[in-house]
Design a protein around this ligand. Sequence first.
Ligand SMILES: Nc1ncnc2c1ncn2[C@@H]1O[C@H](COP(=O)(O)OP(=O)(O)OP(=O)(O)O)[C@@H](O)[C@H]1O
Length: 693
Amino acid sequence: MNCHVALRYLGEEKDWSVSQESRSQVLLAKLQQKAKEKQSLTGQKECLLQEPTVQQDLKKKRKAHKDSSQQPSLFKKQKSEVVPSYVWESDNHDEPIVISDFTLLKPLKSASSKYLLHVELLCLFWGLGSSAEGLPDAPVAVRHGQADKRDEEKTETENDTPKRTLEKTSAPSGFTILGGFEIKPIQKVHRVLPQWLAQPDVIHRDIKSNLVPISAIPGLSAQLIKKLQNNGIERFFPVQAEVIPAILESTQQGLLMGRGGYKPRDICVSAPTGSGKTLAFVIPVVQLLMERVVCEVRALAVLPTKELAQQVCKVFTSYTEGTTLKVVMLAGQRSFPAEQVLLSELRGGVRRSLADIVVATPGRLVDHINGTSGLCLEHLRFLIIDEADRMIDSMHHSWLSQVVNAVYRSGNGPEAVSIFRRTEPAHITATSLSSPQMPLQKLLFSATLTQNPEKLQQLGLHQPRLFSSIHGHSSSSSKNTTSAAPTQKQDRFDFPQGLTEYYVPCTLSKKPLLILHFILRMKLSPILCFTNSRETAHRKFLLFGGVHVAEFSSRLSPGERKKTLKEFEKGKIQLLISTDAAARGIDISGVKCVVNYDAPQYIRTYIHRIGRTARAGKAGLAFTFLLGVQVKHLYMGIPNVQIHFKGDNFTTGHSYPVSQSALSKMFSFTKLGDKVSSDGDRSRKPWDSKTDS
Ligand SMILES: Nc1ncnc2c1ncn2[C@@H]1O[C@H](COP(=O)(O)OP(=O)(O)OP(=O)(O)O)[C@@H](O)[C@H]1O
């Protein structure tokens, strides 16, 4: 390319007999002349930037390349066609060329004569005269690098007395000069969390010693307090004591505005499994909607699975009993038309909502948004996203954008003249604040809420406020600290206080025997046992004989799954073999022990699985079976129990009818103690470095 440009330029030269060297001198003289003329005309201040160190460098380089300059090379060849036209004679630099106000050009070491040649060539090519005559206004992005340097060296070896100056010009050229990309060491980027993530409101992890009497929370009606007491709740867990007042406070000035007349802040809660997050949103929502006059959908809770939706719906129903509030579930438990009937009715030709609180799975919810005219979300005040990290992962189904569109539907149509019309929030301006409108407040809950701002931004949170328990022991040096130091680690999670975790190194064939050992000898039943696939769950279900066993996976119909969970809760099933279908959110009281028959692939899956035990401040055990190769990748993140096999003389087949005495002969059980990883971070599990599921 340089070659082409040079030829075009040279084509304008009339006198072809002039040697290349003299042509360049002539050109240089011309340029200098023009620069002076320009300078005197405009009266602009000239700026001269000189680099003595560069000249010294060049001298050294010239010495080093004295001999090599005669060796042919690709660069040399290219240069030999271009450079001679622009040889910078030392004489010419007594008064260097000035390119005034060329502010973006710094006196760079590698801003060599070649660079200047580029600029000049481009100027001349576009008929701008010299660079001194003024370049176009746009800034020049100069890239210079190793290739430039190589070129520079070659150029300099060919020219006896190269001198360089770097100038400024009043108007940069606007051309990007390509090439010469330099490999620069990349600086390590330190993660800096937004303040709301780095400095959350503290939730105590220890449930038992931080209970708060329900009467100590202001704003709860006597009716609700009575309901709580009837359900056996006398004191709130720490997460409830923090979050319930925060949600109630956001509606202190009515449902239309938050504190100080502003839109209320969205709330994110990250607290361990079984810490009582469900009541943390059910109680304030019921309290705030209790006194509503007209029935409209004002709260929507979205959950990832049918079972979870059913569970949350049950809690809402329990606390709305005796009030006029109506709870409807849209999770596919009933047929689509049956769910439509529950949502609205036609009375006197007018459609009226029959639901105040809707609990839904995202898929079914979207179906209703698109297919049920009776589902109106234009009055929605609370959008509750439980298991929020999982719901973010399912965001590719765009359920959230469909919900938001349905919420602000009325504000977009021509009929949107009501003073209470809702418009999608944008930047806060005087106009946007002038008409009050029902705000949509998002409430996010999870035991493994991501701290990844990139993921969270998909939720479009408004001035979010985070309640978290993770920093309580985030640093091994700062125990029970309440000052939330910004954390550099991503996605740290917390575990229930009463949980004891173990891993058991074993082989594939010994896993079933271990389960029998837990049930028959250690009396740990009911055991919830997780496998990584429904096929494995089914095979293990067929394998175990002599114990009450059941399976739980998508192989079963929703009805069968519900029945199985009920029986397991009642203690009729000693061993429930499940896929991750039961890993999240499911609250089964009385689970003493969770076994990871197959080690989970992700830390989040691990946290949710083991969180099915040690709930509500109770004690629980979690065992993870690890094969040799998995143990290798293990660094001591969890306590270790090794079970030594005394012999391999057990039968194999479809079932293991092993007696207790036989088992006790086979195993000896040794607890090796509480080994915590070197960085004191128990939230990391060894078998996989991935933190996301
Ligand atoms: N204040 C309380 N007093 C007594 N029991 C409570 C209280 N709050 C909640 N519980 C009980 O604690 C158990 C766990 O509660 P919940 O299911 O809300 O936990 P969670 O934090 O949502 O767990 P996960 O993250 O696994 O979904 C439930 O059985 C619930 O009834």
